[in-house]
Every structure is written in C-alpha cells, then in structure tokens.
Design a protein around this ligand. Structure first.
Ligand SMILES: Cc1ncc(COP(=O)(O)OP(=O)(O)O)c(N)n1
Ligand SMILES: Cc1nc(C(=O)O)sc1CCOP(=O)(O)O
Ligand SMILES: [Mg+2]
Length: 226
C-alpha cells in the first residue's frame, strides 16, 4: 500500500480506501472520481465491478486508472489478477472465494499490491500475512446496503491485529463518518468505503472530506467516544 501522498509529508495513521460502486459507466463516473480524489487524502481506489464482462472492466480501467495514478493514488482491481496485470493496475484484491492469494501473486508479480479479504477470521488473516499479502481486510463492521455481508467483524479484531502484526489492516462494511471512530482508534490502517462517499447527499467530495475529518478527530481523541 502506498505510504505517502503528494498532499502530505507525513501520512496519517489511518487513510481512506475508496471502493467504486458495483456498476458504473466509466465516462460518467470519471468526474465523480476526480472530485473525490481532489477533495482530500485517499490512499487507494478499488475498481469493484460485479457481473461485468472482461471488456467492460478493461474499458473502466483505461478511463479510471490514470485519474488515480496521476494523483499518486494506488489503483486496485477487485477479483481479477490477470486483468489487473494486463491493464496496468497497481494491484488486485482477492476474497476467500476468488483466485487464491498465492496464485494471484504469481499472476501480478512481486511488486504489485495484493490484498485479501479475511472476513472476521484471525486464521485467514494470519495465513494471508504469512503468505505475503500486502494487507488484510476485515468486515463487515456495520450493516451495509452495498452487498450481502455474511460476516460481522468487531473493533477488537483490529486492535488484536494491529498490536500483533506489521501487515496493514483494512476495515470495510457500512463505515461512515459518524461510526468510524472506534475503528480508527482500534488501529485500522485503512477505512474502505462505498456508500459513504458515492452516496453522500452532498456528493463524493463532501464524503471524502467528512471521512477525513472524522479520521483526524478520532486520531486526535476528539472523535465520538462510542
Ligand atoms: C478492501 C476490501 N475488502 C473486502 C472486499 C470483499 O471481497 P470479497 O469477499 O471477494 O467480495 P467481493 O467484493 O468480490 O464481492 C473487497 N472487495 N475489498
Ligand atoms: C465490498 C464489501 N465487502 C465487504 C466485506 O464485509 O467483506 S462489505 C462491502 C461493501 C462495502 O460498502 P459500504 O461501504 O457501502 O458498506
Ligand atoms: Mg471478490
């Protein structure tokens, strides 16, 4: 995962990880992505298109990848290591039912980012980290309308992981500016969000600003104490 951002000399201890809506039209989504990335600190963008053809994913990568990479924001493709490599993405995210980590790593190469979904499982996370994953993702922390979440993670998992392990952890699932403080304080390195940014009533830039303000408040100890 990128540790630096051109906007800051010192990256904060917890950063935003934007996941795209599951369906999008690349040309229409491009200005939304641009506005989101220009609104504040974002570590990476995951292109997560479900039920799309490989050609649809290629086209979306061609339009959206440069917007992220020109801003030094990592561009990660969900589910498709071969397409990630072919299209010049910075990495791939794989779940427990997707291409296994080791195979994904062979496809994308040693320098690419590979992240692994670990649900609420310490075991999955330990295996992924030992195998060489660049980050592990835990979730869902809150109810989400974006997908059917079968697992439920709690902040103590983030606390345990961050105290024990160097490999960064990502928290995902229903995260908003209003509920993220306990995750930040528990040690989440990244907050992955869909609806809190793309569904924000005042637009994605407002979503990014609200989340970054909530992260900063939680790190400063002034965030919601819940
Ligand atoms: C950062 C991050 N965490 C978890 C997921 C979920 O991956 P997966 O379980 O493979 O489910 P799909 O997203 O593929 O439906 C993710 N994509 N990103
Ligand atoms: C893609 C994804 N994976 C999850 C998991 O629990 O692994 S939850 C999720 C959806 C996250 O979207 P939102 O921020 O809108 O809740
Ligand atoms: Mg997947």
């Amino acid at each position: 995962m990128p540790q630096a951002n051109h906007r800051q000399a010192e990256p904060p201890a917890c950063r935003l990880y934007l996941v795209t809506p599951p369906a999008l039209e690349p040309a229409a989504f491009a200005p939304l992505l641009t506005r989101a990335l220009d609104a504040g600190d974002v570590a990476c963008v995951q292109l997560r298109l479900k039920d799309c053809s490989d050609d649809d994913i290629r086209r979306a990568c061609d339009v959206l990848r440069p917007i992220a990479q020109e801003r030094e924001v990592a561009f990660i493709l969900n589910d498709h290591p071969a397409l990630a490599r072919e299209t010049g993405c910075d990495g791939v995210h794989v779940g427990q039912s997707d291409t296994p980590y080791r195979q994904a790593r062979k496809i994308v190469g040693p320098d690419a980012i590979v992240g692994v979904t670990c649900h609420d499982s310490r075991h999955f996370a330990m295996v992924a980290a030992e195998d060489g994953a660049d980050y592990v993702a835990f979730g869902a922390f809150f109810p989400t309308q974006t997908k059917t979440a079968e697992y439920h993670a709690t902040p103590d998992l983030l606390r345990w992981w961050s105290e024990l392990m160097e490999v960064p952890c990502v928290a995902i699932g229903g995260i908003t500016a209003d509920n993220c403080a306990p995750l930040v304080r528990a040690g989440a390195d990244f907050l992955a969000v869909v609806n809190a940014v793309w569904g924000h009533p005042d637009g994605p830039a407002a979503g990014v600003k609200a989340l970054n303000a909530a992260i900063a408040a939680a790190l400063a100890g002034t965030g919601d104490a819940a």
